[in-house]
Ligand binder design. Structure first.
Ligand code: C5P
Length: 226
């Protein structure tokens, strides 16, 4: 039997990370945070001073990254034994991820790594192209959206809650730039798969989005845990 995949795609701040991890935990499925892979590659390339236009070096680096998820907690990420969980989530980490994400050789090199996450009993995969490119045969494809203003507000609240200074208009500008780069790139642009269910979360609180996705999972996979 093929291992079921639930693909959750959408722009930054749409809530897909939180929805994907809650749904994976409730189903007892594995979780792929594909954005983290792009962030790790971006940070690793930046650290080694690699020229982003050198596709050969970038794919070699991507193929050889020693990544470990979850060693010290659900969100922890280690690169060759070093904890880089915080570093990959900085604004620089976001920008570097979006830059490497626009390079076809980098996407190609990360493709196999993403497929390897598909293990029984199932996988919840979160990203930009999970339903369109990486898992086109996913059992359920969700595309989460929210207005850019709402997404900037969410990011602002997250940063303030963590005690990090933030300026709302700057966050809004960064999100607009990242959205434009992610949707306009020629490889795997951010867009819903033809068979994706689009959920606008602008006015929908997180628990309601999670319940909605769980209902859709149960329709397609009767008998899975609730
Ligand atoms: O999801 P997250 O915000 O962590 O992703 C960071 C960046 O990585 C995105 O802005 C996007 O450019 C890139 N990305 C991608 N394809 C994915 C996941 C993330 O291009 N499947």
């Amino acid at each position: 039997m093929t291992v079921p995949v639930i693909a959750i795609d959408g722009p930054s701040g749409s809530g897909k990370g939180a929805v994907a991890s809650a749904v994976a935990a409730r189903l007892g499925f594995h979780l792929l945070d594909s954005g983290a892979l792009y962030r790790i590659l971006g940070v690793a390339a930046h650290r080694t001073g690699l020229d982003f236009s050198d596709s050969g070096a970038l794919s070699e680096l991507a193929a050889n990254l020693e990544i470990e998820f979850g060693r010290t907690g659900p969100d922890s990420v280690h690169l060759a034994g070093e904890d880089i969980s915080t570093e990959i989530r900085t604004d620089l980490g976001s920008r570097l991820a979006s830059e490497v994400g626009a390079i076809p050789a980098a996407r190609q090199a990360l493709h196999e790594r993403q497929l390897a996450f598909r293990q029984p009993p199932g996988l919840v995969a979160d990203g930009r192209d999970m339903g369109t490119v990486v898992f086109p045969d996913a059992l359920l494809k969700i595309f989460l959206t929210a207005s850019v203003e709402e997404r900037a507000q969410r990011r602002y609240k997250q940063l303030i809650a963590k005690g990090i200074d933030a300026i709302l208009p700057d966050l809004l500008r960064d999100l607009n730039e990242r959205d434009a780069r992610d949707s306009q790139r020629s490889v795997s642009p951010l867009k819903p798969a033809a068979d994706a269910i689009v959920l606008d979360t602008t006015e929908l609180p997180l628990p309601a989005v999670i319940e909605k996705v769980m209902d859709l999972v149960h329709e397609r996979l009767p008998g899975t845990p609730s």
